[in-house]
Design a protein around this ligand. Sequence first.
Ligand code: GDP
Ligand code: MG
Length: 574
Amino acid sequence: FPTEKIRNFSIIAHVDHGKSTLADRLLELTGTIKRGHGQPQYLDKLQVERERGITVKAQTATMFYDHKFQGANDIDVQEPRRFLLNLIDTPGHVDFSYEVSRSLAACQGALLVVDAAQGVQAQTVANFYLAFESNLTIIPVINKIDQPTADPDRVKAQLKSMFDLDPNDALLTSAKTGQGLEHVLPAVIERMPPPPGNCNSPLRMLLLDSYYDEYKGVICHVAVVDGTLRKGDKISSAATGQSYEVLDVGIMHPELTPTGVLLTGQVGYVVSGMRSTKEARVGDTLHQSRTIVEPLPGFKPVKHMVFSGVYPVDGSDFEALNHAIERLTCNDASVSVTKESSTALGLGFRCGFLGLLHMDVFHQRLEQEYGAHVISTVPTVPYIFEYSDGRYVGPVITLCSERRGEQLEYTFIDSQRVCMKYRLPLREIVVDFYNELKSITSGYASFDYEDSEYQASDLVKLDLLLNGQPIDAMAAIVHTLKAQRLGRDLVEKLKKFIDRQMFEITIQAAIGSKVVARETVSAMRKNVLAKCYGGDVTRKRKLLEKQKEGKKRMKRVGSVDIPQEAFHELLKVS
Ligand code: GDP
Ligand code: MG
């Protein structure tokens, strides 16, 4: 395939505006997947994506499309020509914008999908600027025009006023009914430029993503920027200097399809016998061994917004957890991991995430894809700004000031929408700010953030103690004014999770040596066999095993067992 016949583009949008559905339709239209393949959102492969209905990983698929140019005079009307299109579906949620910016590095254009009824939302703005800063050709796609409340003209006006996009360039589609979809790929081919690389230069390729496959080992997704890559080539990493032999190379069509070669401008996969996932560094430049090339710019380093400890429920599972985290971070390079230890929880890890949803998804993937049972500690750290709908301005301002926010900016997007920028303590928004914001604005407000400087604040450390012994994993840094109330909440909540035991247990919240809240769990023995009269041995054994299984999910602090759920539940009140 000559480079002029390749187009690499991505689909960007606010959450739920229809990116993944549109990607499905395009894959069907080109025969890449069968129509009605029974699985909506084909590219959302992870279990967590299917369960939550969101995309968290960018996914690439190669399609072939026969395009007929429709010129003004007859000479331009030609036989259809076959084009190779690489489509990258990206996540919309703010926590995964790192995935988006990485994907855009392999693209020359982007389809900016906007819901015809909802119009421009927070991540429409954030993603537009990511694409704009990468100098991509942007084609606006106003989707969901089948909805009764669709108002494409209003969306066109917003695209003009917010992004200076020509309303005449907008495509109108319904990924649901199929209306307007036939114009999408022709627009991609005619309006977006081919990749800029040079096929006669020495090989340079950008490592976009990687993951671990049980059978093949490390699989890297790459974009060939210059030159040609062939099976059997010897390649080296610019970052580590390590050399590898290319064992398999091909395209995602949409499953891994060996081709033996990748040409300039193509996006595909490479298996090269990399042993550890640490060797596959996202953003690295790979080149022919023994040739010297200038490394590609790579990616901006990630900024971690939320940190939390991750510990195995059962201390003896530490090695297994270590292994699982190594594999998973190969597929999600945006998580930072360092080992740490806690007196209550033993050996574990301190992980940095891009946001709370990112943290949640990471935990869920650890459980679902690697069978790891983990306890996570209270998330900590710095950031912020936000957008909201004009009708609901009052409650949003109240919410932000209750959360100790400072207003920085207030601008109108159009007559219906306003963009508010606040500086808020991270601590105040990290737990349930987003839900609260959604509920007071009937779901209209959308929210995005970036980190700000550290600010001086009046903070204290709130300890939780069991029988006088502090549980370090439950300690929290909180604002002085909120410490007392929070202490009460935590103590009451924890009490519900602790079973009565042979001895009395006191639960206390304290600031330094000052106890601010206290509860007691009175003594009693919990005997699972109490209800088993007579000698049914198998039933007894079953009950004891069940109890043992339950214990696995407990953490022992001193002589008191705390169930895993308590750690999760306590995070919610703070
Ligand atoms: P994403 O988060 O941007 O990837 O959005 P999805 O593709 O997952 O779509 C979100 C929801 O919108 C799904 O329930 C889709 O079925 C629905 N949807 C997508 N496109 C259309 C459309 O053109 N019309 C209507 N009515 N619904 C759509
Ligand atoms: Mg999606």
